[in-house]
Design a protein around this ligand. Sequence first.
Ligand code: HAM
Length: 419
Amino acid sequence: MAVNEPLPGTSDLWEPETLDWITLENAARDVFHRYGYGELRTPIFERTDVFVRNLGNETDVVQKEMYTFEDRGGRSLTLRPEGTAGVIRAIAFKGLEQGEESRVFYFGPMFRGERPAAGRRRQFHQIGVEAVGNESPWMDAEVIAMLSQFLEHIGVTGGHVMVNSRGLPEDRPRVSQALKDYFSRFAGDMCEDCQRRLETNVWRMLDCKNPACHEIALGAPNIVDLLGDDSKMFFSKVCQGLKDLGVEFELAPRLVRGLDYYIHTVFEITHSGLGAQDALAGGGRYRITLPGGKKPVEGIGFAAGMERLLLARQSLGMVPPEVHEADVYVVSLGEEAVLPGLQLAQRLRENTACRVKADFSARSLKAQMRSANKCGAKVVLMQGSQELADGVVICRDMVAASQETLPVEQALAWAMAHC
Ligand code: HAM
């Protein structure tokens, strides 16, 4: 690894890529605001128990992937591996009255110690939403519709919405037993993780990526068939809501999702442009006991991986916009022209959104013009001692390769019109 290379699974992001990131964030703000969600920013690190308690001890994230460290005060802290747990902690801290709702969205870096691959990073970024305190199945349909609208807004077509239900906690013993009965017949042919999961988390055997395990899971009982009436009714309303809102979706009987907090609806959106890591976004309904709270609260939310959204856009031919370091380059010939050149640049910046760069080097005309070209400038404004004495500026149109000399005020107007 070269000395200054970022650590595996992390990247430096430069323009024009960063402009694409801003596009995603702005589109998310635009769409989520329409549904009454407000932006929340939570800390990047939290007490470790915030994640362990909410995500579940047996999950891959908690067992193998968290970046956990002790701070100088001996507290165990963790870099957030996902956004939901911190959002729930923040809502608990603010206080949620009985019957009150909170609808928030968030962006930001998340950290998981996974093996880096295309679309799988150790520092990655999520755009997520959480609607906490609403127990209606229509809410689930609306959240999934909102995610679909967001994807459409950023031009990501061709995503597959897959939906399943995990039912209520009271359904679990029955479903777990049926899954155990089924999988124990094949345990010897399954991967080591699945053999462990048979005892610790049999549901995860349904979505193991190992080909042999997947083959076996295809014959497993369908969770939804095993759920109680209340859970079945809830799920059928979610599906009805999706149909009525015009969201195309597929039932995915083996979708269980990797985090333990889910009840009822779970969903994922996959995209064929992503390769092996094909989940663009995932989410579901959860029931979490807020720290200090007596009654658990329910919420529903999702998170989309920003790197994966960008990969999907690329697979559809959307590339970052072309940008120039500068639209206008101010060349100053001789020391005495440097400060007036800087003033010209400043006036342009106060009056336009153009990118303006002033050259303070007092180098030769040739050297400064070379830099102007390298920046991709469309316009060069030039002054030397003669122009300063005459109160004029040489205005060069780099695209047309022509130039004219204009009084300062006119030169500024000319530059604004040409950049
Ligand atoms: P998740 O499925 O673990 O769910 O992650 C959501 C999305 O984050 C994935 O679909 C993927 O696009 C992206 N992602 C996850 N891990 C990586 C990685 N290592 N590299 C790149 N992208 C990644 C959650 O995080 C839940 N908190 C979602 C949720 C919100 N459920 C309810 N509310």
